[in-house]
Design a protein around this ligand. Structure first.
Ligand code: SAH
Length: 226
């Protein structure tokens, strides 16, 4: 039988689960219809991907600051990007910009394998600890410049970029399977960017604009500190 500590811990978990149920209702109101995406987002406790002082805001629809001056995206945007990717259960997905690890965790519930690249060592270590705690064993991580992609593991069925690229990263398009989908914010740093959905074709690719967004910029190279 659970002791008092066990009970209060379970109480926390129950409360978190209730918050997450309300959270996915909010996502439905934002027009997210894909039940697999809603279920994946209900399963992943966003709270665990935030610094402790922001736990109270975990299930509000806001982007929040994380370590290294980066941000965890707004949940409705994570949901919209994930829905636009149309991940299939057998897919291998590449993410550029691990950040907190939240988007990768959501993808891990939908895909066969998730490969995620981050340029800050400390962010990557924190994300790896979270993946281990949640037993998400189908996420592979790498410290690198994500603009180069992950050539040894290419081609990918899906690619998602969670930092704004000044121009469409051609190296990543080349690592997409024919028929594969990439979702990427493209535009100037510090301003509004266009979220693009790219579908790879035998001849090249077809782009479609999904939304106006604001992401932290994609920065070249591995961070020298942090
Ligand atoms: N997907 C993240 C959002 C992180 S914000 C989440 O769910 O929390 C974008 C991240 O992209 C930041 O952590 C930033 O360090 C990283 N980033 C920026 N440029 C990069 C690059 N060239 N290669 C890899 N990561 C990059």
């Amino acid at each position: 039988m659970a002791g008092r500590d066990g009970d209060s811990h379970e109480g926390d978990e129950d409360r978190d689960r209730v918050s997450r149920a309300g959270f996915t209702l909010g996502l439905r109101r934002h027009g997210i219809r894909d039940l697999r995406v809603l279920s994946a987002m209900e399963q992943v406790p966003r709270k665990l991907f935030l610094p402790a002082h922001l736990h109270a805001d975990a299930y509000t629809d806001r982007a929040l600051p994380i370590e290294c001056g980066q941000t965890i995206s707004q949940p409705s945007l994570v949901a919209m990007m994930t829905e636009a990717l149309g991940v299939q259960p057998g897919d291998r997905v590449l993410e550029v910009g691990t950040g907190s690890g939240y988007q990768a965790a959501v993808l891990s519930k939908l895909a066969r394998e998730v490969y995620t690249i981050e340029r800050f060592r400390s962010l990557l270590s924190l994300a790896e600890e979270r993946f281990a705690a949640l037993r998400l064993s189908n996420i592979m991580t790498k410290l690198d410049d994500g603009a180069l992609g992950w050539p040894e593991k290419a081609p990918f069925d899906r690619i998602v970029v969670t930092a704004a690229a000044a121009e469409l990263p051609e190296a990543l398009v080349a690592q997409l399977k024919i028929g594969g989908v990439m979702v990427v914010p493209v535009g100037p740093a510090g301003s509004v960017q266009t979220l693009l959905k790219i579908v790879r074709t035998p001849e090249g690719y077809t782009p479609a604009a999904l939304a106006e967004v604001r992401f932290v910029p994609m920065v070249a190279g591995v961070a020298s500190r942090l």
